[in-house]
Ligand binder design. Structure first.
Ligand SMILES: [Zn+2]
Length: 461
């Protein structure tokens, strides 16, 4: 068995690992590169192997940086099945349609305004490509082995990151028997809605993410206090709170946190607006999955039912006109995608709201290098949005406690939970420094071999 790290090596986006068994080829995750223009340019490079030669794709979860390249792969000739869990298939359909739409919109916007470096900017893929990719999705249940080709089996196990997310186990039987476990994105044992990640037992090798490989998350109660105080002072001074949030999962986790703060009367009553058609569609998938008693939810969530996310003042912005109207009027909380303000409607809100010191931006997740979110996190005095500079006068508050990625201690605890420590650990999906710090800790504390593979590196297991 050979692994080639095509994306997500030394970076947090573009996750893709090619797995080869003799003549057979699999792709584990098929993510889009996001971030600055150099990162995004990597989506346009020719794929390292002929996409038509790949027999199947396995998706660990529905985030864009794990599934968002799929329509491009299909456009370049891939025709095989794409295996994933039920909720992942539902969320991937939402995410890919939205992504195609955004790419078409951005290309058109750039063409109209003329701020692209290209004379005729084109989308990486369009809605028809996304639709063809969605038609290739094949659902597999959690915790059940299925045969991919003779002697090669796969299994999805819950990873506690987002609804439907999985740890993927690949097993080759026979004389060259080997098992490799891919962490996908690893959730936190304390996710408010989902069960803890499944341990990587009996693995010869583990491929593990390291988004927070060099950090330990703040305490939850401390984070809730930061969120409560930032919302309270913004609403009291007549400002608007903007929270860039991944439409998938982060919006759900935030709505629950805001509901808890309201119920405990720790924030004043305020309009809460979810401004992302994708977040609203995702919310419906979460509600339906809770009501269908999906296996990845915590028992207390299932006991309470989908009312766990009901907010008294929840408003929904579906059309662009409703979205634009949110930047006017009185104090409110706007939750809008994308989570790193790398694109989407939240960028328009930032453009309108950043120049007013009464407003506040709350960052609740990882902000990759090169994104507007990262610039705000690092105290930028101005942002260049749609070709124009915008003055940052609004308050910026960082509350990473809402991350749905495990921190360094939690990642290490997950590796330990295997019982027998895997002999090979490959550390991916982190900025290079973070991956290196984590690999060093794994090597020292677990006394095993831990490597940060280079982009494009091929390794035999
Ligand atoms: Zn993810």
């Amino acid at each position: 068995m050979f692994l080639t790290f095509i994306g997500g090596a030394g970076t947090v986006t573009g996750s893709k690992t090619l797995v080869e068994f003799g003549e057979q080829r699999l792709l584990v995750d098929c993510g889009l590169f996001q971030g600055d223009s150099d990162d995004r340019a990597r989506n346009w490079e020719p794929f390292p192997v002929d996409p038509a030669s790949i027999d199947a794709v396995l998706l660990t979860h529905a985030h864009l940086d794990h599934c968002g390249y799929l329509p491009a792969l299909v456009r370049e000739g891939f025709r095989g099945p794409v295996y994933c869990t039920l909720a992942t298939s539902q969320l991937v359909a939402i995410v890919l349609r939205d992504s195609a739409h955004l790419q078409e919109e951005d290309a058109q916007w750039a063409r109209q305004k003329g701020f692209s470096r290209h004379a005729d900017p084109r989308p990486l893929y369009d809605t028809a490509d996304a639709q063809r990719a969605i038609e290739l999705l094949r659902v597999k249940p959690f915790n059940q082995d299925f045969e991919l080709f003779a002697g090669v089996f796969a299994e999805f196990e819950p990873s506690g990151h987002i609804l439907g997310s999985s740890v993927l186990r690949l097993r080759e039987t026979g004389v060259r028997a080997r098992t490799v476990v891919f962490s996908g994105d690893l959730g936190r044992p304390a996710h408010p809605l989902l069960v803890a990640p499944h341990p990587p037992a009996d693995a010869d090798a583990v491929v593990i993410e390291s988004t927070y490989g060099d950090r330990v998350h703040q305490d939850l109660s401390e984070g809730m206090e930061l969120l409560a105080s930032a919302i309270t002072r913004t609403i009291r001074r007549g400002g608007t709170v903007v929270i860039p949030a991944f439409a998938v999962d982060r919006t759900e986790v935030l709505l629950k946190a805001i509901k808890d703060l309201e119920d405990q009367q720790r924030i004043p009553p305020a309009r809460v607006c979810v401004d992302s058609p994708m977040a609203l569609a995702t919310l419906a998938v979460y509600r339906a999955a809770i009501d269908a008693r999906a296996p990845e939810f915590r028992s207390e969530v299932l006991a309470q039912g989908s009312s766990i996310m009901d907010l008294a003042h929840l408003e929904q912005a579906r059309t662009p006109q409703e979205s634009m109207a949110l930047d006017r009027g009185g104090p409110k909380i706007i939750i809008s995608a994308s989570g790193m303000a790398a694109g989407g409607r939240v960028v328009h809100h930032l453009k309108a709201l950043l120049p007013d010191a009464r407003n506040c931006v709350i960052l609740v997740g990882f902000q990759a290098f090169g994104t507007h979110g990262r610039a705000l996190q690092e105290g930028a005095a101005q942002l260049k949005i749609h070709g124009q500079y915008v003055k940052v006068r609004a308050e910026v508050v960082d509350v990473p406690v809402f991350s749905v990625h495990g921190d360094a201690d939690e990642l290490l605890a997950w590796l330990r939970s295997a019982g027998v420590v895997p002999a090979n650990v490959f550390v991916v999906h982190g900025e290079l420094g973070s991956s290196q710090v984590f690999a060093k800790r794994v090597a020292q504390e677990l006394d095993t071999m831990a490597v940060v593979p280079k982009a494009g590196e091929r390794i035999r297991i």
